[in-house]
Design a protein around this ligand. Structure first.
Ligand code: FES
Length: 75
């Protein structure tokens, strides 16, 4: 499902960004572009970010920091 129509960002892409360590809506927005257009999707983006963080926490997982995630990603 597309959450951000302006930037064509899916819910899946937002969840993936959270799992890569982008914990804040601003970080997810910077990483995916979601919410950086008209702004009408920001509340939905916020809710997906919150939900995914809760999901990771319930799974007993630890969210990486964005810098740690990018440091471990292949170039
Ligand atoms: S719908 Fe996401 S910024 Fe416009």
């Amino acid at each position: 499902m597309i959450v951000c129509q302006c930037r064509r960002v899916s819910e899946k892409a937002i969840r993936k960004a959270v799992r890569k360590g982008h914990r804040k809506v601003s970080q997810v927005s910077q990483a995916t572009g979601a919410g950086s257009g008209c702004g009408t999707c920001r509340e939905t983006v916020r809710s997906v970010v919150r939900d995914e963080k809760e999901k990771v926490s319930a799974e007993g997982g630890v969210l990486l920091s964005a810098s740690a995630a990018s440091a471990s990603s292949p170039a």
